[in-house]
Design a protein around this ligand. Structure first.
Ligand SMILES: [Zn+2]
Length: 132
């Protein structure tokens, strides 16, 4: 089974379970899919990835907070916290002046733009306030 994140024309997001991409296409084209919240049948497929998917439908706010906390702790333990030097370090790695490693830090909007222009790969994650 494949779980797809779907969205209706009224911006409700929900999951759909399908045997294959073909089955999703077939069901959607036949308008057999509808939003569980409002019944709307203009369903679009949200791009996969780029977000943390909460598997349990019953997950409440506390669980989400716990997940973010656990994730933050993992990142803090396994990544080198370079604080405000993040963009500088990321660029050094990008130009292979230093070895690649996992780094964690903060950057300004201007630095972020620079990284994007250089094509540096990075992800933004929710972390607790960094202590540097
Ligand atoms: Zn809906």
């Amino acid at each position: 089974m494949i779980i797809y994140d779907l969205q209706c024309a009224r911006d409700h997001k929900f999951e759909g379970w399908f045997k294959s991409r073909e089955e999703y296409d077939r069901e959607n084209q036949a308008k057999r899919l509808s939003c569980p919240l409002c019944g709307n049948s203009q369903i679009t497929l949200l791009p996969a990835g780029g977000h943390v998917s909460v598997k349990e439908r019953t997950a409440n706010y506390d669980n989400q907070k716990k997940m973010v906390k656990a994730f933050s702790e993992y990142v803090e333990k396994n990544f080198d916290n370079v604080g405000a030097d993040f963009a500088k370090e990321a660029l050094k790695m990008h130009f292979e002046e230093v070895d690649h490693r996992n780094i964690l830090g903060t950057m300004t909007d201007g630095e972020e733009k620079e990284l994007q222009e250089e094509g540096v790969q990075y992800v933004k994650v929710p972390v607790r306030k960094l202590s540097s």
